[in-house]
Design a binder for this molecule. Structure first.
Ligand code: MN
Length: 255
C-alpha cells in the first residue's frame, strides 16, 4: 500500500516536471503571438523579434485611428496604416513569392544584406521591406499617452549628446525638414555606441547603413498632408506630443 502511494507520488511529480519542460522548451506553445495577424487581436506592445519577411503581415495599430488626434488626425492614421503600410506588406510578399530561398529571412536581415537579394527583386525588397519595417516601428513609438519630456535613460543620454531636450528636438526637426522629397528622420545608435540624428530617403531604414533605429518620424507627405498640408515644419513640431518614450527607451536599451 505504502509502495503504491510512493509510486503514485513519483509518477505525479514526473508528470509535472515533464509538462513544465514541454512548456519551457516551447514544444507546447500557448496560442499568443499568432494573434498579431488578425486586425482585432491585442497587439504585441513591444516586439523584440525581427519581422517575418514572408509572409509579411500587417500588424494591427496598437490604438484607435483617432487616438493620436493631438498630432495626427484619424483619417490620416487610417489611410496611412490600412492603405500605405498594407501596400508595402503586399508588395513585399509579391516580391518574395519569386524567391523561396529568402522566405525564411527576417526583413531586417534582408535589408542588412541587400546584395544577397537577386537583382530583379532587390529594389522591391528595399522599398517594401523598408516600408514594412519603418511603419511597424513608427506605430509603436507613438502613443495616446505619449509626449512631454523624455523619461528614463534616454532622457539623460539625449542631454549628454545634444545638450538638452529642446536642442535635440530642434536638430531632429531641422534634419526632417531638410530631407528633400520623401523619407524619414531618425534617432539612431551608431557603431561607436553614440546617439546620432540621421535621415533616410524613400523607405530606407538606418540598418542598411549599420545604424540601429531608436525612433523615427515619417516625413512623407502622406503622413501629414491632410491636416498640415505642405507644412512639414508644423507636423514635425506637433509630433512630439505623441512620442512614446517608454518604447523609445526600450529600443534604446535594445540598440
Ligand atoms: Mn508612411
Amino acid at each position: 500500500m505504502q509502495k503504491n502511494v510512493r509510486r503514485f507520488i513519483v509518477f505525479f511529480l514526473t508528470g509535472i516536471a515533464l509538462i513544465t519542460l514541454l512548456f519551457s522548451s516551447q514544444l507546447i506553445q500557448p496560442a499568443q503571438s499568432q494573434s498579431i495577424t488578425t486586425p482585432t487581436a491585442t497587439p504585441v506592445a513591444s516586439p523584440d523579434y525581427e519581422l517575418n519577411a514572408y509572409p509579411a503581415e500587417l500588424p494591427p495599430l496598437p490604438y484607435a485611428y483617432n487616438a493620436l488626434e493631438e498630432a495626427i488626425d484619424a483619417q490620416t492614421m487610417e489611410l496611412h496604416h490600412d492603405r500605405h503600410h498594407a501596400s508595402y506588406v503586399d508588395a513585399l510578399n509579391e516580391a518574395l513569392e519569386q524567391a523561396p530561398d529568402l522566405q525564411n529571412q527576417s526583413v531586417e536581415a534582408l535589408l542588412r544584406d541587400l546584395d544577397s537579394v537577386p537583382e530583379d527583386i532587390r529594389t522591391e525588397v528595399q522599398n517594401n521591406g523598408g516600408g514594412h519595417l519603418n511603419h511597424t516601428i513608427f506605430w509603436q513609438i507613438m502613443s495616446p499617452n505619449g509626449g512631454g519630456e523624455p523619461t528614463g535613460e534616454i532622457a539623460q543620454e539625449i542631454n549628454e549628446t545634444f545638450g538638452g531636450f529642446s536642442e535635440f528636438q530642434e536638430q531632429f526637426n531641422e534634419a526632417g525638414g531638410d530631407r528633400f522629397g520623401s523619407g524619414w528622420v531618425w534617432l539612431v545608435r551608431n557603431q561607436q555606441g553614440q546617439l546620432q540624428i540621421t535621415t533616410t530617403p524613400n523607405q530606407d531604414n538606418p540598418i542598411m547603413e549599420g545604424l540601429y533605429p531608436i525612433m523615427g518620424n515619417d516625413v512623407w507627405e502622406h503622413a501629414y498632408y491632410l491636416r498640415y498640408q505642405n507644412s512639414r515644419t508644423d507636423y514635425l513640431s506637433s509630433w512630439w506630443d505623441v512620442v512614446n518614450w517608454d518604447e523609445v527607451n526600450r529600443r534604446a536599451q535594445a540598440s
